[in-house]
Design a binder for this molecule. Sequence first.
Ligand SMILES: Cc1cc2nc3c(=O)[nH]c(=O)nc-3n(C[C@H](O)[C@H](O)[C@H](O)COP(=O)(O)OP(=O)(O)OC[C@H]3O[C@@H](n4cnc5c(N)ncnc54)[C@H](O)[C@@H]3O)c2cc1C
Length: 463
Amino acid sequence: MNRRKLIRQLGTVGPGILLFPTLFSACRKEQLLSGQTFNGKVIIIGAGAAGLYAANLLRKHGAEVIILEASASSGGRIRANTTFADYPFELGADKLRGKRSIFYDLAAFHTPASLAPYSGTNYYLLDGVLRTEYFLKENAGLAGAGATLFQVLESFASYPGTEMTVAEYFNEISLEHRFLKIANALVGNDLGADNAALGMMAMKERASLSAAGNDQFFLNNRSYWSLFEMAFPDEFDLVQVNKVVKKITYSNQQTQVETLDGEIFKAARVLLTVPLGVLKNNDIQFDPPLPSAKATAIQKIGFGKGIRIALQFQQPFWADNTDLIMGGTLIPQYEVSSTGRSSAQFILSGTAMGEAAETLSAMTEQEAVAKIITELNQMYPGTGVNSKFSQQYLFQNWSNEPFFHGSFSYPSPGSEYQRSILAAPIANKVFFAGEASNDNGHSGTVNGAMESAYRAVLEILQS
Ligand SMILES: Cc1cc2nc3c(=O)[nH]c(=O)nc-3n(C[C@H](O)[C@H](O)[C@H](O)COP(=O)(O)OP(=O)(O)OC[C@H]3O[C@@H](n4cnc5c(N)ncnc54)[C@H](O)[C@@H]3O)c2cc1C
């Protein structure tokens, strides 16, 4: 018996489904149109967070739903490796971002005991030495540069200037050169790119709209996708895997969806949730072609390269209770992933986006890992990093995945206001959800993907 069938038998799902409107009322002022139904068929393309959540909402409102998924399994950019460590190691989304969010509510409702806040210490590489945030902010020798940097993180919403990249902005405010890698780890890498690839106006838009909060959480004894399996078990039965959608024809009354294996599906409405990378790559043909404004939005919104690695050590070499280590060159952001998840294993994860991901992509995995170990040796001199490395690693390059072509969307220069255009339905037949179409400041997150699904389902119910 597979796990979701087991969960269903145990009956842990029922209350979640029944209580959905109340459950999410904390973060959603409006409710789905009560009593409104959609008595037709909806094809959802993509079985990630947006697709599964949309399926759940649509079914509750009477729609007949099928989900076509290109990969061999559901989950999309929520994917865990369950054999590398003695806990599920997340290859994609690994932080639950923001307490005022549907994703947080989902976890708090179904598995409150697994929900854990990040409570360790973050370290930043400055002049070759790892320092705490407190040191960066308070050390007199730094003349307030660290404090300025952390202040900027909080103040994108009130940026008064004109368009420039985040890198140019740090130059404009004369942030000392030695802080730039830390700034890149904190801003650019965190948002799926580099500071040189982020636009200040899109950053301002994002920061002004976001209401989820800055708290971050993780699940300490389960994978993120297992939470979806627990919350939406019936929707998994609607997923048809290995169905790579190649063409959507929406000129007739019924919209037609054609897959690579030549199968044709027809429905009254289609909800597209594929990653922006798939749209940028023109993997799906539209007949008639997409409106030019939407094609422009697809080009303007950034979609970054992204790599997640995991390195296993026999012993830790980092300080007790370390969470993040930021400011490296090869890997801008390391995380002690085993903290709070395992007491027997010592796993360091690394997330490299943008240029760092491109640099690593140009190497073999073995070369990349060897260089990363050298970088860690320089960060932690004399701690025996080499000898503690068990030679066990994982390497997940999202840019090489054919159904993703990258990690997640980012606020590129000129992309402000574009997400609503990306999200807009066409001809009242083809609807759009997925993290990149989130236009309320939560793009690039699981929460944002779910919120976009909620918005798209409202549009379908009103269509
Ligand atoms: C390395 C990394 C780190 C991340 N870290 C975080 C984090 O810490 N916190 C956070 O909240 N978020 C994080 N994210 C982002 C988060 O994972 C995504 O925002 C979210 O999972 C996107 O969900 P979605 O439903 O929009 O898209 P997806 O999960 O990508 O689902 C879309 C689905 O469409 C399918 N598809 C593609 N092409 C086709 C086709 N032609 N036909 C049919 N199906 C197709 C794909 O296979 C996929 O399953 C991270 C992502 C990555 C890659």
